[in-house]
Design a binder for this molecule. Structure first.
Ligand code: GLN
Length: 292
């Protein structure tokens, strides 16, 4: 079958299955399987039967709501390639907003060779991108999941980024006490509420619950990180969080209660307040002895 005909068949199958960006997804699958940037520039070229079979099986899987990014096994974030698959959250444009915010702060504050920790690193999209954009930075990626670690390692290698991995639980104070003198903490923690977890979009239901589940009100990781990791930051160090929809007021409050100031927010391309940044205020024992 020629490329154009196969393409139309596949795209309309996805459309009928209710896949939102049916033509885009079909293009991505064609590019991947035919290993060409613009396969439809040669619409009358025959698709070899074995490739047609691969395309059809990927389209079928996609029509069931399986994420395109997992089917391709790779996805781009901030212009860098990332290996993805079940076990890691798919890097999203929302997180690019947080990455920009973190980069802006590092540049504005003239943090020459900042010590950065990425908490709940997952695929490593934040840690790796920050290292690529700030080559002098010392970046540590903290991740607990056994299933995520191989992806994190692969992405560090794929991008030749010198990022250190620490496997551990970000809610463990002992771990936080081991990582000190940080100029910046970045984190896209799990932030969905119990209610949201109970009604996930089909695609999202294939992503690891561990990367999504933020407890009953979705805020558990913000509370833990703001409290436990504050003293891992230098005085005047910064924290940058990704936020879920409508969480900014609550996260702002959590940050203020835990001794952070200069709290600012950033909207993503959809207009949702997606990023929060705040500075560690003075006083080494904030929250413990009430020194601030
Ligand atoms: N952005 C993801 C979603 O809306 C959630 C990611 C997270 O919990 N950090 O499904």
């Amino acid at each position: 079958m020629v490329r154009r005909r196969l393409f139309e068949e596949c795209a309309s199958l996805l459309e009928k299955s209710g896949i939102e960006d049916a033509r885009f997804d079909t293009s991505c699958i064609f590019e991947d399987v035919l290993e060409e940037r613009h396969p439809l520039f040669s619409p009358q070229e025959e698709v070899p039967p074995e490739k047609e079979q691969i395309i059809r099986s990927l389209i079928e899987r996609r029509s069931e709501g399986y994420p395109l990014q997992y089917l391709l096994g790779k996805w781009e974030f901030f212009g860098y390639p990332f290996a993805v698959g079940e076990g890691v959250l798919i890097p999203r444009p929302d997180t690019e907003t947080v990455c920009e915010l973190a980069l802006e702060i590092c540049r504005r504050e003239e943090l020459g060779s900042p010590k950065i920790a990425d908490l709940c690193s997952g695929s490593g999209c934040l840690a790796v991108t920050l290292k690529k954009e700030l080559p002098e930075a010392q970046v540590t990626a903290v991740e607990l999941s056994e299933r995520a670690l191989p992806f994190l390692k692969e992405n560090i290698k794929l991008n030749s980024a010198d990022v250190r991995i620490v496997q551990g639980d970000v809610t463990d104070p002992v771990l936080a006490a081991e990582l000190t003198g940080l100029d910046m903490i970045v984190s896209n923690p799990p932030y969905l509420t119990a209610e949201e977890m109970a009604s996930l979009q089909t695609e999202v239901s294939y992503e690891p619950a561990m990367a999504l589940d933020g407890g009953r009100d979705g805020l558990e990781f913000y509370r833990a990180i703001a409290k436990i990791w504050r003293s891992s930051l230098k005085e005047g160090g910064w924290i940058c969080f990704e936020l879920g929809d409508k969480q900014h007021a609550d996260v702002g409050k959590i940050l203020a209660e835990n001794g952070f100031e200069n709290i600012t927010f950033r909207r993503d391309l959809a207009g949702i307040v997606r990023g929060a940044a705040a500075k560690r205020s003075g006083g080494p024992n904030y929250g413990k002895e009430g020194t601030c």
